[in-house]
Design a protein around this ligand. Structure first.
Ligand code: BES
Ligand code: ZN
Length: 898
């Protein structure tokens, strides 16, 4: 690797002798808590220079924020930059080890390196070898420090490092994985580097703004079925020894370490291509040979999404190839070699459901959007992760809309992205989108709903505020300006400002949503046609207390207020500034109703006086699908936070008797199931009355959709059918349960072919009261099934049994990776915990085994983990505050109407 060196002073690190002494002191500090007071001075003084100090120092800081010590030890000196990695990786699949060389630089050279053993270091300048006096591999900061005898001056230095590492027992860095296919058990090597694991594969400058080019050489078995893949196309293949070949890849463009990828496998591929501003680029989809026929759809949707992006961003796809292999946990946007887990890549209309199809399309569109957002322009540091993940999570909707225009993706944004984050961001434990992070753990933690969903949601709000055309221009300018480089949030906002001129301050509005957590509730008061809005922070727990001076905006926001009336949508920009107390808006003359925040584009809530709510109820049918979806979600959420009576959302559900669209049903179904979950086990007859009420309001949609699928059913009708039938079965709709059970019994006895869309439901409700024998029979089907999506459906069925002993044995089976794959572990736990009989079993399991430590890297995993850990406290508060009101509504209204 060749490196350019600046002249700045190297950062001072403690020498090894000091470090050892200090560790002893700190050991005392940590173990003998009672002596802390006496040792604090010494400790603090030493801590400043010693990394282990962070464990102690963090206790003195607000949780999650990095300390000064962490900052000093986890960032590389910024006076040295990589230019080119010439990297050779020699995986030995039989021994489970790898060796490697990386060629590249200076005195006190500090590179990242973790779990690697460094065998040799040579530093050269202009052909002359410099004497290396020390190579210090330090766990602290995960670095290796190379010290040369002579001083380092600005210039290009070459460093050669020979190293070795372990391929086994890990799911990060460069690692070995196996699968059993038609050829028996096959070993493969693959890599996962984001965010901080490239250092486990080769010594490198593992920070996103230390971009570099790569020339990669990868060893693979000579056996013709094995291939080697990396970000760029193969340049040449040479014989290495009797059993191996060395594959050399073309030199890459400049990119961050976390985007590099190395794979040796026996996968095969299908091929399509896409039009890249007139140039044809191959798009290959790789999978294990037995899954090859399931790769076509990913190729089709990938082609359409990428062609749309090339046009939208006004910039060609920057690489010469795009391959999409399966087999990592989650999905990852490695540039030119995007990787996916099976459930996010493989689809056929004979095996998989409509939601499986949508999942493939959205994940493919998400990862391909990263080619521009993340790969071409990368966040400068992980603090601005939302520039990567929030953008990809927003742009993916445009990509899927282009590929599948009939799927109602814009309405689905509400239920798939916005609602979950509005719920999470209404708690005190949320965090701002732009968050200071330093340590690998802190960095990993921000791959969460805030960076993804809130990031996407505020971009959607920004686009609607500045207009689609301005947004697109700003985005294109930003991408052009920072291509092959890095950016921070302000750089993006400056480009948007540049396009719209200076009439209002884009950064002021956006900063109120990025630098402070949470969001506002607008409270409307009405005087004739004058609607006056005030704002306050919205919290789920109305009694939660916080100090508003901890945020520079005092938890006030600059809000783009919009509205829709029977005469149409508002068109002028209305900004309710964070510094203003209130804003008054006139209802357009002649309008009979007004609904603020049309299509729920804004990241805020609105509440009205009762008569306005009722007016909106009366006009429910006139509202757009997104507005109806919004109205339902707003009311359930406001009621859960004690801001409106529960009778309001419950009364609104009466409108569902005429509802046939997907997203309103999603919201209503989750709102009603939520209330039923709370009432469950409270031994109330109201639970049964409420179920009967829901069963009644769902019947018209149930009868419209039926269990009979017809050829002409569109995507949304199919999704609605699943939602409506699932709600009906969950509330004990007699016909629904009978049908599910009868189809289940025929299937378990005769292995008949079930509907791809309805089989999840059939497995779940067929299994509910099944005998142990039937459960075991289904377990055998699960074990012998090879399709990853089908396996999840089957295990969700197994998790729905009411027999506690069987559920406990399922939890035990999760330990065995040959039965439940590591990547599915959290999904299965979540399935079991959402079965009322299973909730406490999962809790006991989590408490006893610290199972999150067992699978720290099960995909991005955050969502599944959070769900599996959903706390019981929430339920307790709900029951104390709202049970009586809900029961009284049920007694007076639902009871009467059933
Ligand atoms: N860049 C992420 C992958 C990632 C996630 C790396 C977390 C490190 C930590 C990728 O773009 C991603 O977001 N993948 C998601 C799926 C996506 C469609 C939301 C995943 O893996 O769950
Ligand atoms: Zn992503």
């Amino acid at each position: 690797m060749s490196l350019c060196c600046g002249a700045a002073k190297p950062r001072k690190r403690p020498s090894r002798t000091v470090a050892v002494l200090v560790s002893c002191c700190l050991f005392l500090l940590i173990v003998c808590a009672c002596l802390l007071a006496a040792l604090v001075f010494v400790g603090k003084h030493i801590l400043y220079n010693h990394p282990h100090a962070r464990h102690v120092a963090r206790n003195l800081q607000p949780v999650g924020l990095p300390t000064e010590t962490e900052r000093r030890f986890w960032r590389l000196p910024n006076d040295t930059r990589p230019v080119l990695y010439d990297l050779t990786l020699l995986p030995d699949l039989a021994a489970g080890e790898f060796r490697g060389f990386v060629t590249g630089h200076r005195k006190d050279l500090v590179l990242h390196s973790k779990d690697l053993s460094i065998a040799e270091v040579v530093v050269r300048k202009e052909g002359r070898v410099l004497q290396v006096v020390d190579v210090d591999e330090s766990l602290v900061g995960e670095v290796v420090i190379i010290t040369t005898r002579e001083k380092i001056f600005p210039g290009v230095y070459y460093v050669f490092i020979r190293f070795g590492g372990n391929l086994k027992s890990r799911l990060t860095g460069f690692y070995q994985s196996q699968y059993s296919g038609s050829n028996g058990v096959r070993q493969i090597a693959t890599s996962k580097f984001e965010p901080t694991y490239a250092r486990q594969a080769f010594p490198c400058f593992d920070e996103p703004n230390m971009k570099s080019k790569y020339i990669v050489h990868l060893l693979k078995p000579k056996n013709a079925s094995y291939i080697a893949l990396s970000n760029f196309p193969v340049n040449k293949t040479e014989s290495y020894d009797e059993t191996h070949e060395l594959v050399t890849f073309d030199e890459t463009v400049s990119m961050s370490t976390y985007l590099s990828c190395f794979i040796v496998s026996d996968f095969t591929n299908t091929e399509t291509s896409f039009n890249n501003s007139g140039v044809t680029i191959p798009l290959k989809v790789y999978a294990s040979p037995e899954n090859l026929d399931k790769t076509t759809y990913a190729g089709e949707v990938g082609k359409k999404a990428i062609e749309y992006y090339v046009n939208y961003f006004g910039m060609p796809y920057p690489l010469p190839k795009l391959a999409i292999p399966d087999f990592v946990s989650g999905a990852m946007e490695h540039w030119g070699l995007v990787t996916f887990r099976e459930t996010a890549l493989l689809y056929t209309n004979t095996t998989h459901s409509t939601s499986n199809k949508q999942r493939v399309a959205t994940v493919v569109a998400h990862e391909l959007a990263h080619s521009w957002f993340g790969n071409l322009v990368t966040m400068d540091w992980w603090n601005d992760l939302w520039l990567n993940e929030g953008f990809a999570s927003y742009i993916e909707y445009k990509g899927v809309l282009a590929a599948e225009p009939t799927w109602g993706m814009l309405d689905q944004f509400l239920t798939a992205e916005l609602h979950s984050v509005l719920s999470l961001d209404a708690t005190l434990s949320s965090h701002p989108i732009v968050q200071t992070v330093v340590t690998p753990d802190q960095i990993t933690e921000i791959f969460d709903t805030i960076s993804y969903n809130k990031g996407a949601s505020i971009l959607r709000m920004l686009e609607s505020t500045v207009g689609e055309e301005n947004f697109q221009k700003g985005v294109t300018n930003y991408l052009k300006k920072y291509a092959y480089s890095n950016a921070v949030t302000a750089n993006f906002l400056t480009e948007i400002q540049g396009v719209i001129g200076n009439s209002w301050d884009v950064a002021e509005m956006m900063n109120t949503f990025t630098v402070q957590m949470g969001y506002p509730l607008l409270t409307v008061s009405v005087d004739g046609d004058n609607y006056t809005l005030t704002q306050s922070r919205f919290l789920k727990d109305p009694t939660a207390s916080y100090n508003s001076s901890e945020s520079i905006y005092g938890y006030k926001w600059t809000i783009p207020v919009t509205y829709v009336t029977d005469l149409g949508k508002s068109t002028d920009l209305i900004l309710f500034k964070y510094s203003d107390d209130k804003i008054t808006i006139q209802k357009p003359t002649g309008a009979t109703w007004i609904k603020f925040n049309y299509d729920q584009v804004g990241y805020y809530r609105v509440t009205y006086p009762d008569q306005e709510w009722n007016n909106l109820f009366s006009n429910y049918e006139s509202l757009s699908t997104s507005d109806r979806t919004h109205l339902l979600e707003e009311l359930f959420s406001l009621a859960e936070a004690g801001r409106v009576e529960y009778s309001l959302p419950l009364n609104l559900t009466k409108k569902l008797e005429q509802e046939i669209d997907y997203t309103p049903w999603c919201v209503a179904s989750s709102g009603l199931k939520n209330i039923l979950k709370y009432l469950n086990g409270s031994s109330s007859i109201q639970e049964e009355t409420l179920k009967a009420y829901v069963s009644k309001i769902v019947t018209p949609a149930y009868q419209n959709l039926t269990w009979d699928e017809s050829e002409g059913d569109g995507h949304l009708r199919k999704l609605t059918r699943i939602e409506v039938l699932s709600l009906a079965c969950s509330v004990g709709h007699t016909d629904c349960l009978l049908e599910a059970e009868s189809q289940f019994n025929t299937w378990i006895d005769n292995q008949t072919q079930l509907s791809q869309d309805l089989r999840s439901l059939i497995y779940k409700y067929g299994m509910k009261n099944a005998s142990e024998e039937t459960w075991q029979k289904m377990l055998d089907v699960y074990k012998s099934e090879s399709d990853a999506s089908e396996k999840l459906k089957l295990v969700n069925g197994l998790a729905n049994v009411q027999n506690e002993t069987l559920l406990s044995s399922l939890i035990e089976l999760c330990k065995n990776e040959s039965i439940v794959r590591g990547q599915d572990y959290f999904s299965v736990m979540q399935y079991i915990s959402s079965n009322p009989v299973g909730t406490s079993l999962v809790w006991d399991w989590v408490r006893c085994r610290n199972s999150f430590a067992m699978y720290p890297n099960a995909g991005a995993g955050t969502a599944n983990r959070a769900k599996a850990l959903e706390t019981v406290q929430n339920n307790i508060r709900w029951l104390a505050q709202y049970k009586a009101a809900v029961e009284s509504w049920v007694n007076s209204t639902a009871g009467g109407s059933t």
